[in-house]
Design a protein. Sequence first.
Length: 247
Amino acid sequence: MRRPEPLRPNRAAPLGRANPVAKLVAAAILMAALFVAQGPIAPTVVLFGLVAIVPLTGLGPRVLLLRTWPLLLAAFSVGLLNVLLAPGGGSGAGVTNAAALGLRLLAIALSGVLALASSDPTDLADALQQQAHVSPRLAIGVLAALRLLPILAVEWQILGMARRARGVAAGWSPLARARLGFGMLLALLVGATRRATRLATAMQARGFGATDCRTIARPKRLGTADWLLVGSAIALGAAAIAIGLVG
């Protein structure tokens, strides 16, 4: 079995050292700009900006593409469905609107992926408590979810291999593939629920949440580079909206 290669953050990269909350705020700013912008030009500008900063995240372009190709497929599918099914979808305006929607969804998803994938889960949980002032329960829940995502990917592969070993195959039938995929999702959900229950029981047994007073073992602050990152996101979002209006 070939284990999927995870998106590991690189602390030596410029964006890998940035505060996770600053990266989330920057991603939220770009998402807000994309929601406001009209037409395909603005999301294209944002996409070029996001692709340009990929080397600064420390994430390998090949690994990033292999792990995020469903985003490309989803954006293309949304655009294609709008061309085929929307009223006037075959016209020039329909194609333009479909392309704008697909590019907007891709840019929104990519900004979130870069913000999360370039952040260490432990640093993210610490920053959420210190800068975003979220509750420790929520922050630790985010940490556990990010830590368990690679395990879910491996379990998905194991479920597929177990079904093939029993001779269960969908063949070329899309309906059979959908039925088998739904069964695997249900099995994955059951396993994830049981693991989460065991994890919650273990944390309660160790006294987590017994008191509201918690100390911070790894203090984190917003530095100059973090504010520059937020400012760059504002500039990119404003530039994308302006270019979209002019275009």
